[in-house]
Write a protein that binds this ligand. Structure first.
Ligand code: GAR
Length: 200
């Protein structure tokens, strides 16, 4: 299947700048991949708007819409199946992926985290909270990590990690901006690694 493009889903909750950087890298670097779905727990957000503008199907799926967790997970799996999704890229998705989905997509879900996992990960460690914790711990160095998702929060095997310096006078916001810039290069590099390693 020489011309097969790997079908990807982006799971997002907010701005979607990592989703945008992945989308542009796929086009600019000619990766044999395409986004066939953007799923969000929020009906409106930057990621959903971007997907709409670029002809990528969108789905708003929130646990609140379902009576049971099982029904929510089943709806997610149905959506993924309908869009022929092979790999899921979590890009600022601030919810836990249901275990049924993690099991169905074993080693086919990646997440980006704004720190050097295994440090500064786990429940409650997302977005600006991570950078606050790094500064409070007095670290001179932080970074970003792309890892496989397994049922334990932020614990799956690391695919790619890159360091970012903490500068004197950094605020959580200035540090977040420096790390985010790194993320925008790291996630496309990790996707390339995923696509290449898989073909070996
Ligand atoms: C990114 O910094 C990402 O690493 C982080 O949320 C931000 C999303 O930004 N994710 C987590 O903290 C997950 N634990 P984006 O919507 O602009 O890509």
């Amino acid at each position: 299947m020489a011309n097969h493009k790997t079908r990807l889903a982006a799971f997002c909750s907010g701005t979607g700048s990592n989703f945008r950087s992945l989308y542009h890298a796929i086009n600019e670097r000619g990766f044999p991949a395409e986004f066939t779905l953007c799923l969000s727990n929020r009906s409106e957000c930057g990621a959903i708007a971007f997907a709409g503008q670029h002809g990528i199907p969108t789905v708003h799926l929130s646990e609140k819409q379902y009576d049971t967790h099982r029904a929510f997970a089943a709806a997610m799996l149905k959506s993924l199946e309908e869009h022929g999704v092979e790999y899921i890229l979590l890009a600022g998705y601030l919810r836990k992926v249901p275990e049924a989905v993690v099991n169905a997509y074993s080693f086919r879900i990646l997440n980006i985290h704004p720190a050097l996992l295994p440090e500064f990960g786990g429940p409650g460690m997302y977005g600006i909270n991570v950078h606050k914790a790094v500064l409070e711990a007095g670290r001179k160095e932080t970074g970003a990590t792309v890892h496989y998702v397994d049922p334990e929060y932020d614990k799956g095997p690391v695919l790619l990690q890159r360091k970012v310096p903490v500068e004197p006078g950094d605020t959580p916001e200035s540090l977040a901006a420096r790390v985010l810039k790194c993320e925008h290069r790291l996630y496309p590099d990790a996707l390339e690694k995923l696509l290449t390693d898989r073909e070996i």
